[in-house]
Design a protein around this ligand. Sequence first.
Ligand SMILES: Cc1ncc(COP(=O)(O)O)c(C=O)c1O
Length: 450
Amino acid sequence: MPSLNPEDYVGKKDFAEPLNFKGRQLFFEDASIQKLAETLGTRVYILSLSQVEKNAKRLTAAFKNYPRFKPCYALAANSLPQVAQTLVDLNFGIEVVNIYELKYALSELKKIPYIICNGASKHAIQNKQENLIQTVINLQKETDVTINFNSTDEIEYTKKLCEKENTELKAGLSLNLASHFQDSELSPGSARFGIPTEQLPAAIKLLKNSKLKLAALQSHIGTQITELNKLIKNANLLSTYAIRIGKELGTPIENINLGGGIAVKYYKTPQNQKKLNPDYTIEEYAQKIIQEIAQVYQENGAEPPTITTETGRWLTANTMILILKVTETRKTPQNKLEWIITDGSALTDTNDAVWIGQYFEIINATKANQKPTEWYNIAGITCDTNDAFAWPKNNTGPRKLPKTEPEDILTILDVGAYQLALRNSFNLLPKAPIYTAEGEPVKEPSQPNN
Ligand SMILES: Cc1ncc(COP(=O)(O)O)c(C=O)c1O
């Protein structure tokens, strides 16, 4: 698994946009990574809010020819208040998956244009006295909020509650489109999310003559979907079902919600890694999705819908790096490869590297301008043998770097999506702190009460 010379991808859109070289030094935005390590210490995350803004504007621009585009941010990807507020200020709605995220968004963020509530078992009491559905019924008087039902149980529960409280509710259906895909195309775990299309007749029967107003059809087919044709198929199926259900209910469904899934180019090497990176850019995604939905609506003589995306990963992944220090290198007799040990932990700082074998690009920032010559496995400092950022066991390594020595500074790219929330206190390691590229500490989300 060769790593390229960083000079070949640093600064390139879709690859390592917030990084750049000034002279021989590697910078993240306007800050030298070596300097950041010296002033802030190591095992620190660095956040670029300007990259969050750039990503958001690029996504919106990709849909600029479609006047009815309502983008949403999936809060689960990175719930730092500054990240979410930056997106809200650019007119992104917020997507939440439970009552904790909902309450967090309401207390930490200002002027959210609209909220979408997804997630399993929203009718179950999760917060001692109330569940998400009750909360939204009260909230809808002051906020534009949609609940996407995940099951017929949720619909039944909500229908009764709305009757009891004599109130209407704007609702959507989360569809499970698994039966339209091959088994191998989607993650097997996704089967428990959304209403299977076979259960749609029962769902529609419940919605008829109820106080629930069906406004949206949503389907999230998974995250990091690297093949555009799957996302297009999702859009096609959603549009087709929306038209069919709209006709049956006698009121058109105004919103098509495509979920998340837009993938990130984690692999910086060309050719041999082509199949692991997304086969599309955000602009191609938008163009094809708009085309597909417009075509289905045109063929049916229907008014085009609003389009919503619930993007998390693509908006945030490249906005953060992790800076670590090499503590030692070790060559063992069994392993021909040398191990680099760092002062971080893959288990807690980039948990997906261990959990799902996620590849994160790694650069020796101290020697960023030197040619990669040696092969290494790269490990964390904890006592677990699986604490590795890059090694052959799960295809995350080995990596080719310049000759690396203790005290060298390593930077791990694209850690802005999902990694902060997956931190833990294994070996009692403290959570690595977060700073902006200007060296300011970043406020962490407050822990919700139960
Ligand atoms: C329902 C739903 N919508 C949106 C997202 C965000 O997906 P992504 O980070 O791939 O954009 C997720 C996360 O997996 C999700 O579960």
